[in-house]
Design a protein around this ligand. Structure first.
Ligand code: PLP
Length: 438
């Protein structure tokens, strides 16, 4: 691998000493150091420093959608860096990659969403959306419309606003209370949503935010008609509907955007991850023509919001090339077909293994629920997903063990370039590990 044992040990020690990992157990990290140090990747496989290969069944963080080692993306970054490494888009300045990428995204987005604001990631996108909707209602003469409603089990990121909107309590409350003006309702409960709107008053509510398919919460699909009802309620009460498509955007679910599965159009779409397949950080929002034209008409001053890297030319150039790859290689359709294959594999595992209960998925997002007794939905006394995920890792498969809020499941999100044999490999490894477990 080109790494000696002593170099490995040196990296472990430096990691323990200097590197505070995101979303990590600081104590465990301090005691044990990194479990794996990855060094390279090709297609859907990554290798660690010891030369062991892993099938990345999670696209790292749901985001390496075109797979690893795509030299075209490196080339696009290099070409742009050589030509114009950086140029601000503040105020009236612009540049070609940001212009072309915003046009491309508008083309892919639902028909009435045509204007793009760029950020560096998902959390920034959601925080921008929260500020934008508040600004919007201020301009419309309703400054008291500033509350944000989200759902339990949702994940919207870790900036102050997006943390406060996040429904997974572990994220929202671990530092201190979330910001005021953020409210959560029970997942998929239309009654709870109506009740909250009634209690708080529709004239105080700016927007409702929701992932089309909950990702971090455990690949949870909404019931039929849920979003149709949400859209109707939002329209009735002048509440803007923000779709958080950070995971589901750009093909992961087998459509360009996840919300397209449910036949409704949001007012704002937030995106990140898949727009560059993680080769470089980039996120953003797509806003409706209605909002954009109202803003143009009503706003006299300046929209005092913009990140230094809003529309970074290199990120935009990589984004453009990435979307071109997705189109040329038909990856949205591949995600749909391979998603069906993955789900068939999960259904087979369900027949074969006593502990595999509900299985679900849409496109290349999937999950397997684990039960001690699936006939009675009895869970294991302590969750087994983390141990199973570790065992799968030992067997060369990366996935995520999800255990918060009573769940005990494995979640999968392989790269969109995956093929049938590689899906079969995922199922084979799970089968083998479960056989040993039982
Ligand atoms: N929204 C959703 C639905 C996400 O899944 C994530 C990250 O996983 C975020 C927002 C936050 O994005 P980022 O980590 O890029 O800030």
């Amino acid at each position: 691998t080109g790494y000696s044992e002593s170099r490995y040990q040196e990296l472990v020690e430096l990691d323990k000493k200097h590197f505070l990992h995101p979303t990590s157990s600081i104590k465990q990290q301090q005691e044990k150091g990194p479990a794996l140090i990855f060094t390279e990747g090709k297609g859907i496989y990554v290798k660690d420093i010891k030369g062991k290969s892993y099938l990345d069944g999670f696209s790292s963080l749901w985001n390496v959608n075109v797979g690893y080692g795509r030299t075209e993306l490196g080339q696009a970054a290099m070409d742009q860096m050589e030509k114009l490494a950086f140029s601000s888009c503040f105020s009236t300045f612009s540049h070609e990659p940001a212009i072309l990428l915003s046009a491309k995204i508008a083309e892919l987005a639902p028909e009435s969403l045509n204007t793009v604001f760029f950020t560096s990631g998902g959390s920034e996108s959601n925080d921008t959306a929260f500020k934008l909707v508040r600004y919007y209602w201020m301009l419309k003469g309703q400054p008291e419309k500033k509350k944000i409603i989200s759902r339990r089990r949702s994940y919207h990121g870790v900036a102050m606003g997006s943390t406060s909107a996040t429904g997974l309590a572990a994220f929202r409350t671990f530092t201190n209370s979330p910001l005021p003006d953020f409210f959560q309702v029970d997942n998929f409960s239309i009654e709870a949503l109506l009740e909250l709107i009634e209690t708080e008053g529709p004239d105080t509510i700016a927007a409702f935010i929701s992932e089309p398919i909950q990702g971090t919460g455990g690949v949870i699909l909404p019931p039929d008609n849920y979003f149709t009802q949400v859209r109707e309620i939002c329209d009735k009460h002048n509440i803007l509907f923000i779709a958080d498509e950070v995971i589901t955007g750009f093909g992961r679910t087998g459509k360009n955007f996840g919300i397209e599965h449910f036949g409704v159009t949001p007012d704002i779409i937030c995106f990140a991850k898949g727009v560059t397949s993680a080769y470089i950080p980039l996120g953003g929002l797509i806003i409706s023509e209605q909002i954009h034209s109202d803003l143009k008409e009503l706003s006299n001053g300046i929209f005092f919001h913009g990140y230094t890297y809003s529309g970074h030319p290199t990120s935009c150039a990589v984004g453009l090339k990435n979307l071109e790859i997705i189109e040329q290689e038909n990856l949205v359709e591949n995600a749909r077909m391979m998603g069906e294959e993955l789900l068939r594999g999960f259904q087979w595992l369900q027949k074969e293994h006593a502990i595999v209960g509900e299985v679900r998925g849409i496109g290349l997002m999937g999950a397997i629920e684990l039960y001690k007794d699936k006939t009675t939905n009895e869970r294991f006394e302590s969750p087994i997903a983390p141990g199973l995920a570790a065992e799968l890792l030992n067997n060369g498969l990366i996935c995520r063990g999800v255990t918060y809020e009573g769940s005990d499941m494995l979640a999968f999100a392989p790269p969109l370039v995956i093929n049938q044999e590689e899906i079969a490999k995922i199922i084979e490894i799970i089968d083998k590990v479960l056989l040993n477990f039982e």
